[in-house]
Write a new protein. Structure first.
Ligand code: ADP
Length: 397
């Protein structure tokens, strides 16, 4: 089967084509359109050994962008007069609400996703317009929604709730939904393969550390807790987000600084984290450079980021009553030996001994502990698109 995977953001669309034949999974095409609706949207892509540099295109909206993406895919992948057509399209959807597994998209599901837009106002609208565009452009091709929230459906009730009055929780569906589920699921499955053990027997803490960051306690292949909650603001400190903060601080600031809802929202989600604390950047690479130069506030931000990961790993382990492996993934998790070292140095009480040489190496799945380490620490690159392609095949079976 040939699966087109789409990840539609507010002004960008990532599009990948996977050939899925049993255990054989081939990424045939990987592309990105940025600047949709802006002055000069650009497309770039890779296929086989060919890598195309950014080229300006016309794309006033998602529908036009997806149309252009398909033109390029067809140009590259059509063979012997046979126009390339995907068998199905898999879509990343951030908030699936009460859709607890990947599903074929129909009008009813779209309506439910629309209803959950209020809980993911930045992410769900472009995800949904990507799906609608595909339904219009390729009416014969089935669409499958793969939800970031779905993996966390298995969290027990006590982990899913806040200590708020019951009626309010039910009225507004104030649950801890959790996010990055597709990544946590992919990485935990790859961990089991890497260790050569059944996933059902493993307790894994997956650490997805990118611009957004979350941990997940994966016990026997199921999410039983995660650090993000009702929105992707809860939990770890992030590029521009505070992560956990006393709600009292929010109330205090709203009063003392006379901040409205939009302003406090911007402060917590866009102006805090690495960016707000350092005053320099939201980008972990720049923060690390500044730490090396002795920048005081960047150093404090970097220390807080690593400290909170370590502290939260402790709570994920408590949730599972033990741990077999801690796994780092995403931009920072895969690429920052410094963060991994800082986090793991604080976990020596678990019997973790890092292999510093392995930790410093780049690329690929690997074990970064010594053979006698009681808990394995791994680096496993995430691949949400591949997971979406797998789910799409599964749903259509
Ligand atoms: P997202 O998908 O959430 O936008 P990514 O998973 O792409 O995020 O991760 C982006 C983050 O990864 C950025 O903060 C970036 O600085 C960081 N990153 C990428 N490469 C490195 C590196 N070599 N060292 C440290 N951080 C890195």
């Amino acid at each position: 089967m040939k699966i087109l995977v789409l990840n539609a953001g507010s002004s960008s669309v990532k599009f990948d084509v996977y050939g899925m034949e049993g255990q054989n999974e081939t990424c045939m095409f990987k592309g990105l359109i940025e600047g949709i609706g802006e002055e000069a949207p650009k497309i770039r892509y890779k296929t086989g050994d060919k890598k195309m540099p950014p080229t300006v295109i016309a794309a006033a909206n998602h529908k036009e962008a997806i149309g252009v993406a398909m033109e390029h895919i067809r140009k590259e992948l059509s063979k012997d007069g046979d126009t390339f057509t995907p068998d199905a399209i898999g879509h990343r959807v951030v908030h699936g609400g009460t859709s607890y597994k990947s599903e074929k998209v129909d009008d009813h599901l779209l309506k439910i996703l629309d209803d959950y837009t209020v809980l993911a106002p930045l992410h769900n609208p472009p995800n949904i317009s990507g799906i609608r565009a595909c339904m219009e452009l390729f009416p014969e091709t089935p669409n499958v929604g793969v939800f970031d929230t779905a993996f966390h459906a298995t969290m027990p009730d006590h982990a899913k709730r806040y200590a708020l009055p019951h009626e309010l929780t039910e009225k507004h569906k104030l649950f801890r939904y959790g996010f990055h589920g597709t990544s946590h699921r992919f990485v935990s499955q790859e961990t089991a393969k890497f260790l050569g053990k059944p996933l059902e027997d493993l307790k894994i803490v997956t650490c997805h550390l990118g611009n957004g960051a979350s941990l997940c306690a994966v016990k026997g292949g199921k999410s039983i807790d995660t650090t993000m909650g009702f929105t992707p603001l809860e939990g770890l400190m992030m590029g521009t987000r505070t992560g956990d903060i006393d709600a009292g601080v929010v109330l205090f600031l709203m009063e003392k600084e006379n901040l409205g809802i939009a302003e406090i929202n911007k402060l917590l989600n866009k102006k805090s984290g690495f960016l707000g604390m350092s005053g320099v950047s939201n980008d972990a690479r720049i923060i690390e450079d500044k730490v090396e130069e002795g920048h005081k506030n960047a150093t404090l931000a970097f220390d807080l980021f690593n400290y909170r990961i370590k502290r939260s790993i402790g709570s994920m382990i408590a949730a599972m009553d033990g741990v077999d492996a801690i796994v780092f993934t995403a931009g920072i998790g895969e690429n920052s030996p410094w963060t991994r070292k800082d986090v793991c140095e604080g976990l020596s009480y678990l019997g973790i001994t890092l292999n510093l040489e392995e930790n410093d190496k780049r690329g690929g799945s690997r074990d970064i502990t010594t053979p006698d380490s009681k808990v394995k620490v791994l680096v496993i690159p995430t691949d949400e698109e591949r997971m979406i392609a797998r789910d799409t095949v599964e749903v259509l079976k």
